[in-house]
Write a protein of this length. Structure first.
Length: 164
């Protein structure tokens, strides 16, 4: 049986930071008619378009790490809001391609500015957005995101007696 370390676990801290960020972004972009999840989609579309891409819903799901079904639901809502357009993919009739509308571009530019200000505030304790500690922190987060993570089974003997 492994010893439980004192204080919060890294998993708990990651969860708390993620929730703190989501709530802050939700509040900051609400005046623009967005939620954090909607912002993640339009900001990703904005960035991908500037890289010359016009992604399908599946590609956007892969890019954001969101479930494809959730991306589809958000895309429909953003389309109803007039911020994106959904069209059939020219090479795959089963796929839906996404693009920002003119209004979507305008709202997204405003939202990106607001969220960049929030990001600067969040990272200020590390020295700000361009600080060495922030770059190292970003590298560590990237390492964690790149690591495969398979859920353990509740009755798996290898997890008995351990704390999540």
């Amino acid at each position: 049986m492994s010893k439980v370390p004192p204080g919060p676990t890294p998993g708990f801290l990651v969860w708390r930071v993620a929730n703190k960020w989501r709530v802050a972004v939700d509040r900051a972009v609400a005046p623009l008619g967005l939620t954090h999840a909607k912002y993640a989609l339009v900001a990703s579309l904005y960035g991908m378009r500037h890289s010359g891409e016009r992604p399908s819903q599946r590609e956007l799901a892969d890019h954001t790490g969101l479930e494809a079904l959730y991306v589809s639901k958000l895309a429909r809502a953003l389309e109803a809001d007039g911020l994106i357009e959904r069209t059939r993919h020219p090479r795959d009739p089963r796929a839906v391609q996404l693009a920002l509308t003119g209004q979507g571009e305008s709202v997204t530019r405003q939202a990106v500015t607001v969220v960049q200000g929030l990001l600067q505030q969040l990272l200020e304790p590390l020295g700000g957005l361009d600080a060495p500690r922030t770059r190292a922190f970003t590298g560590e987060l990237t390492t964690l995101l790149d690591a495969p993570l398979a859920p353990s089974r509740p009755n798996d003997e290898s997890t008995q007696g351990t704390t999540p």
